[in-house]
Design a protein. Structure first.
Length: 359
C-alpha cells in the first residue's frame, strides 16, 4: 500500500512514518511544509529507504497537492499536518485557521477529485484518515470539584460520542477540521475515518511542549515553568504507541467511525514535572534536586483543567492497547533527549529559545 502522510516531518507524523517504514512493507509519501516544528532530521533512519519519498508541499496549495496525488497514486491518506500548540494559537490564531481549517478543506478536495477518478476496486479500498485531538471535547470535571474522588474511572472520560466544546483557537480549528472531514463523507461519499488522541510524548518532540521543555530547561539549570498550581490533568500517550494505533485505524478501521486513542495515564502537570526531575536526579545527578528549579507562573488564559480518554473502542474493535506505561515511556523519553542534544539544538536554532509563548 502507498500511504500519503501529511505533516510527516512533525512529532507524531515522523513517528507514523518511521513505524510504517520499519514495521510494514508499505510505502510512504511524506508531504510536509517544513514549518518550525517540522524537521527532516527526525526521519534520518528511514530517509534512504526506497519506500520513502518526501515532498515539501503546503497543504493549502491545491495545485501542488493535485500534482502529488497524480504522481504518487496513494491508496490512503493519513492527515496529521496541523498547527498544534495552544499557546501559539492564543498569540497568532490566523495560522491555525489557515492550516487546520483551510488546509484540511484543500486536502479533502484534492483527495476527493483524485478518489473519484480511481477504478472501482481502488476507489472502494481508499481511505482518508484524519488525525485530531481530544481537546475538541473541551474539558472534564476535575477531582477537586468532586470531594472524595481520586483520579480514576469514577470520573467521566471522553468517548467517541462526547459533544464538542472546544475552548482555544487551536482546539476550535481542529474541531472545525473534524466537521469538514465528516461532511465530506456524508455529502460526497469520501471514505473518511477520524481519530482523537490524548497528549503525546516521546522522542523528537519540539521543545515548546511541556515534557521536552522541562527536560532541556532542567539540564541547563533554568526555571521549570508550571502554569497556575500545576493541577491540570492530561492523559499521556507514548508517541510510538499512538503511531501503532493510527496504522491499525487506517488499515482496519471502519469508514465513518471515530476512534479515541489514549494512554490510560492521567497525570497532573506538576506530577509530570516532578517525575522528570526524579529521573534526572538518577541519570544526571547534581548538588541540588532538579525539583528546586520548579517555578509557578501565571496560568494560560482559558486553560482546560482535565482531559481523559476512554480508549475501550480501540481495544475492543481493533485489538490495540498501549505498550508503554507512563513510567517506562517517560524514562525512555528522558534518555532519548539526553542522548540527542544535537537534534535538540538544531530544531531550536533561530526559531525558538524556549521562551514562553501565548499570553
Amino acid at each position: 500500500m502507498k500511504i500519503l502522510v501529511t505533516g510527516g516531518a512533525g512529532f507524531i507524523g515522523s513517528a507514523v512514518v518511521r513505524n510504517i517504514i520499519d514495521n510494514t512493507q508499505d510505502s510512504v509519501i511524506n508531504v510536509d511544509k517544513l514549518t518550525y516544528a517540522g524537521n527532516l532530521e527526525s526521519l534520518v533512519t528511514v530517509s534512504n529507504n526506497s519506500r520513502y519519498t518526501f515532498e515539501q508541499v503546503d497543504i493549502c496549495n491545491r495545485v501542488e497537492l493535485d500534482r502529488v496525488f497524480a504522481q504518487h497514486q496513494p491508496d490512503a491518506v493519513m492527515h496529521l499536518a496541523a498547527e498544534s500548540h495552544v499557546d501559539r494559537s492564543i498569540t497568532g490564531p490566523a495560522d491555525f485557521i489557515q492550516t487546520n481549517i483551510v488546509g484540511t478543506y484543500t486536502l479533502l478536495e484534492a483527495a476527493r477529485q483524485y478518489w473519484m477518478q480511481l477504478d472501482a476496486e481502488r476507489k472502494a479500498a481508499f481511505r482518508f484518515h484524519h488525525i485530531s485531538t481530544d481537546e475538541v471535547y473541551g474539558d472534564l470535571p476535575h477531582p477537586d470539584e468532586q470531594e472524595g474522588k481520586a483520579i480514576n474511572l469514577e470520573l467521566p472520560l471522553f468517548t467517541e460520542t462526547t459533544p464538542y466544546a472546544p475552548s482555544s483557537p487551536y482546539s476550535v480549528s481542529k474541531a472545525s477540521s473534524d466537521h469538514l472531514v465528516r461532511a465530506w463523507l456524508r455529502t460526497y461519499g469520501l471514505p473518511t475515518i477520524v481519530t482523537n488522541c490524548s497528549n503525546n510524548y516521546g522522542p523528537y518532540h519540539f521543545p515548546e511542549k511541556l515534557i521536552p521543555l522541562v527536560i532541556l530547561n532542567a539540564l541547563e539549570g533554568k526555571p521549570l515553568p508550571i502554569y497556575g498550581k500545576g493541577d491540570q490533568i492530561r492523559d499521556w500517550l507514548y508517541v510510538e504507541d499512538h503511531a501503532r494505533a493510527l496504522y491499525k485505524v487506517v488499515t482496519e478501521g471502519k469508514i465513518g467511525e471515530t476512534y479515541n486513542i489514549g494512554g490510560h495515564n492521567e497525570k497532573q502537570n506538576l506530577e509530570v514535572v516532578q517525575a522528570i526531575c526524579s529521573i534526572l536526579d538518577t541519570l544526571v545527578p547534581k548538588a541540588t534536586p532538579y525539583a528546586d528549579q520548579i517555578n509557578y507562573v501565571t496560568d494560560r488564559p482559558g486553560h482546560d483543567r482535565r482531559y481523559a480518554i476512554d480508549a475501550s473502542k480501540m481495544s475492543k474493535e481493533l485489538n490495540w492497547q498501549p505498550l508503554e506505561t507512563f513510567e517506562t515511556g517517560l524514562r525512555k523519553t528522558v534518555e532519548w533527549y539526553l542522548a540527542n542534544q544535537e537534534w535538540c539544538q538544531h530544531v531550536q536554532d533561530g526559531t525558538y529559545q524556549r521562551e514562553r509563548l501565548g499570553i
